[in-house]
Design a protein around this ligand. Structure first.
Ligand SMILES: C[S@@+](CC[C@H](N)C(=O)[O-])C[C@H]1O[C@@H](n2cnc3c(N)ncnc32)[C@H](O)[C@@H]1O
Length: 376
């Protein structure tokens, strides 16, 4: 990777420290997160660790946190990416909130003791969650309240990475997205879980509301990367830098990707998941911005018919726009396979009302693959 590590950032994101964090996070992925109860996917774990390393290379620092931690599978990896000077934040209704009826949709069941147990397993028995963690053990809807402004949730440094995976009904997910957008550091990332799940349409609707009602000009957040489960959003200031980095990395194996990002040659090699062997993305035009879409496995069971797009005209835009530097020039026509969930999400996001025919094709303009040798 070409970008230098940052020695002048407000956290210790020197090459050495960032590499140690990437390596630690990778070990937590393999030893803890994949074995803890929860719903994490290898693809999201690889991308989360890599994106954190990309952030550190660009000198982006800040707090790391999650709304909706359940038993800490994803949070343990997020926490492991933190370098010196970065703080941890967790919000969940936990058992008390469950009893009081705040876990409305039962998308998970946060348990404080199991969460702490996972963290000690991941970060070492010496890790003291009560002391080292800013905890908001209540419904995330309260984060907007006036009294919350005096708590760590507001006074700690703005977020480098914040996972939104709490209540999955529209009103809660929308409220969480709004809060996240307001608490993000420049170059921070928000990872929204279940963004394309037919089981949790509230999250897709919340995203649509966010981009159509609250952040119409995308001044706060821009879509950056979408896996089959999560969408990662970032601030406009760093959108093109990250696109470039993702593009450069997206034709190798997940394991090599992490080695390159500082994990080192001695990283344990996982088995039994295609994503460890191949990580690829395709850039698409999405609500007026470039979004990197991870390609589902070619023989995956949930693929919709391939979407054919015509990228003529986009080439001109590519030439005009400096942020496109590092991304291959669009070529004439291109196909991309997307999951049904993704298709539904895209449809929901481009229009609040029913989508006129052809809009999907217009929205899904494709720029071309990152790795020119793989273009058709
Ligand atoms: C899908 S689970 C989270 C999974 C977790 N991120 C993981 O990686 O395993 C959703 C979590 O959100 C919590 N939750 C539900 N409604 C909430 C709310 N309004 N505020 C905060 N947390 C909430 C639940 O207790 C549950 O732990």
């Amino acid at each position: 990777m070409s970008s230098p590590c940052s020695a002048s950032a407000p956290c210790d994101s020197s090459c050495h420290t960032a590499a140690r964090a990437a390596s630690r996070a990778w070990r937590v992925v393999l030893r803890v997160a994949l074995n803890a109860s929860g719903w994490v996917t290898p693809s999201d774990l690889i991308w989360t660790v890599s994106l954190a390393a990309i952030q550190h290379r660009h000198g982006v620092c800040g707090s790391v946190g999650e709304i909706g931690v359940h038993h800490g599978a994803f949070f343990s990896v997020l926490a492991a990416t933190a370098v010196g000077g970065e703080r941890l934040f967790a919000c969940d209704v936990f058992e008390e909130g469950q009893r009081a009826g705040f876990n409305v949709d039962h998308s998970g069941r946060g348990s404080r003791s199991r969460f702490f147990g996972t963290l000690r397993l991941a970060l070492g028995a010496g890790f003291d969650p009560e002391r080292e963690l800013a905890l908001a053990p209540y419904t995330s809807l309260r984060l907007h309240d006036e009294e919350a402004r005096q708590t760590d949730a507001w006074t700690m440094p703005r977020f480098r990475m914040l996972s939104v995976d709490g209540g999955h009904i529209e009103v809660v997910a929308f409220s969480d997205l709004r809060w996240a957008a307001g608490r993000l550091a420049p170059g921070g990332l928000v990872a929204v879980d279940d963004a394309f799940s037919p089981a949790w349409p509230g999250v897709s609707r919340a995203l649509r509301d966010f981009f159509h009602l609250f952040d119409r000009k995308h001044e706060r957040l821009r879509p950056l990367l979408a896996t089959t489960k999560k969408i990662y959003l970032t601030t406009p200031s760093h959108h093109s830098k990250y696109l470039h980095a993702i593009c450069e990395l997206s034709h190798g194996s997940g394991h090599r990707l992490l080695q390159e990002y500082g994990g080192g040659d001695d990283l344990p090699h996982p088995k039994n998941s295609s994503v460890w062997h191949k990580v690829s993305t395709v850039p698409i035009d999405f609500i007026g911005h470039m979004l990197m879409l991870t390609e589902p496995p070619v023989n995956g069971s949930r693929l919709d018919p391939v979407l054919n797009t015509n990228a003529r005209g986009l080439a001109k835009r590519w030439e005009r726009e400096q942020p496109m530097v590092g991304v291959p020039k669009p070529h004439e026509s291109y196909s991309v396979a997307v999951s049904k969930e993704m298709m539904r999400f895209l449809a929901g996001t481009v229009s609040v009302n029913a989508m006129p025919p052809g809009v999907m094709q217009k929205t899904m303009k494709v720029y071309g693959r990152c790795n020119p040798s793989r273009r058709h």
